[in-house]
Design a binder for this molecule. Structure first.
Ligand code: ADP
Length: 475
């Protein structure tokens, strides 16, 4: 499997996992939502039926005289009551139009009322009585029933009593039922909404999962591309001195006789290429070490004034040879100390000074400034050199990037100097930036955190070491 396929299949797997998890969450939420809607409606419906049954019960009970008998005063309360004389005989509807049917709920198309005597015989019905509904009595409080058309009803059974003076006798039962047609229609619409909404939402989730997986994969893909590029660049850089060495040795071997002068020339070339290789490998190793170490481990007090003065002295000869004036400006009389790795700090400042000398034409100057603000020590390396356009300024810190290959090669640069400088600054938790103008020069600014408490602590540790050090004979 090539790398592109690997990235693609990983993206597919990521998107699939994300979509599955989201799908499960959405399905469970949908189901939960349906249950909540269902329960809320059942509770509302039951309390409505219970309140209707309670009203009927409270209205009818004082009017009941004999168990199992519905007097005309009671019958007149219903506009459309049907009395059932015998079991199995069709109930005969009595119409009372005296306008006093206060139990209006029985006019409501959703409700029906049934009266049963104590033996469970149907006495009368009222309201919109459903056809084909079971007339077998059950004193279970709540029941679900079906009519001949398959329509659902929810029904409550309440006991009725005859109250004479202080005697209370059982009269029979009243059942109040309500059609669930509206309720079922509403639930069907909720189900339809969920059934249609879920696939549409899943489609959106699938597309967004694909995009999100792509976003998640991008940094990995980018760093993979960078590693690929880095490997190719490193191989290219290593090949150049190796090829030069190979060619020099081959040409030497082809010579029938080699004079001492020629031999020395060959050895000098080999030595030069070997040094180039050694520097390159050392730079690569240093970058690898800096990458593996986010914060520099070996920490000591580093006096930046000393580092800069030493380096100015060291590169004076190089600057003079290039016809450049090299000087420094150190702020104040107090030395500026930071906690860090002095070897790395020497390397950082020397890389900037070497570049400034290399990219400044004869007659120019390079100046190194050391200042401080409240939190940072600030080192500036300024030159009057060739400068850079803004596009190049963004890329010069990339590994192996060189603005002009020819010029860098003539200076022996491999394009790793600024990458190393930036890695060192990063391990010291500082920053490195450039301001440059083409043809006018550049200023590289390094900011390194001062962290006074750290400096004091490190100073007291070294003082303690000094005090506890055994005295040498000469001391
Ligand atoms: P090199 O080894 O090629 O100098 P660096 O990483 O040190 O690599 O620098 C990267 C590129 O940045 C160089 O090739 C050069 O073009 C540009 N550069 C660095 N310093 C300066 C400078 N002071 N003035 C102009 N260009 C510079």
């Amino acid at each position: 499997m090539n790398k592109n396929q690997l990235f693609r299949s990983t993206r597919v797997r990521l998107a699939f996992c994300y979509a599955t998890v989201m799908g499960l969450i959405l399905s469970i939420s949908g189901l939960g939502f349906y249950r909540v809607v269902f329960n809320a409606h059942v509770v509302a419906l039951d309390s409505e039926i219970e309140s209707v049954a309670g009203t009927l019960h409270d209205t009818l009970e004082p009017k009941l005289k004999k168990p199992g008998k519905l007097d005309s005063t009671v019958q007149q309360l219903f506009s459309n009551i049907s009395l059932c004389e015998n079991v199995g005989v069709k109930c005969i509807q009595q119409k009372f139009n005296n306008g006093r049917h206060f139990i209006g709920v029985t006019n409501h198309s959703n409700y029906y009322v049934r009266f049963f005597d104590l033996s469970g015989r149907l006495i009368a019905t009222a309201g919109r009585y459903p056809e084909g509904i079971s007339t077998v009595f059950s004193n279970q409080k709540w029941q679900f029933l079906k009519d001949s058309k398959g329509e659902d009803y929810h029904q409550i059974t309440v006991g009725l009593h005859v109250i004479n003076n202080r005697n209370t006798k059982d009269w029979g039962y009243i059942q109040v039922g309500r059609s669930l047609k509206e309720f079922n229609r509403y639930l069907d619409s909720v189900k339809l909404f969920l059934a249609l909404g879920l696939p549409i939402t899943m489609g959106i989730v699938a597309v967004s999962s694909w995009c999100l997986a792509g976003l998640a994969m991008r940094p990995i893909y980018d760093s993979y591309r960078q590693i690929q590029q880095f490997t190719a660049d490193a191989a290219h850089e290593l090949r150049t001195p190796l090829a030069a060495t190979g060619a020099t040795v081959e040409s030497g071997l082809l010579m029938p006789e080699i004079e001492e002068q020629e031999m020395r020339e060959i050895l000098r070339t080999l030595h030069r290429q070997n040094q180039r290789l050694t520097t390159l490998v050392a730079d690569l190793l240093m970058l690898a070490r800096l990458d593996a170490q986010p914060v520099t481990k070996q920490q000591e007090i580093c006096c930046l004034n000393d580092i800069i003065s030493d380096l100015i002295e060291e590169f004076e000869a190089m600057a003079i040879a290039a016809g450049i004036l090299l000087e420094c400006s150190l702020q104040g009389n107090q030395p500026l100390n930071i906690v860090g790795n002095s070897d790395q700090l020497y390397r950082l400042v020397s890389n900037l000074i070497i570049n400034a000398i290399n990219y400044t034409p004869k007659g120019g100057f390079v100046k190194v400034f050391l200042n401080r603000n409240d939190y940072y020590a600030v080192i500036k390396v300024q030159d009057t050199g060739i400068g850079m356009v803004p596009d190049e300024q963004k890329r010069i810190f990339d590994r192996f990037y060189r603005v002009s290959n020819d010029r860098s090669r003539s200076t022996g640069g491999s394009g790793l100097g600024l990458a190393i400088a930036q890695a060192i600054v990063r391990t010291h938790q500082g920053s490195l930036s450039v301001e440059s103008e083409l043809g006018r020069g550049s200023v590289f600014t390094v900011q390194l955190p001062l962290n006074i408490t750290k400096v004091k602590k490190a100073r007291s540790i070294s003082l303690e070491k000094l005090l506890h050090r055994p005295l040498r004979k000469s001391e």
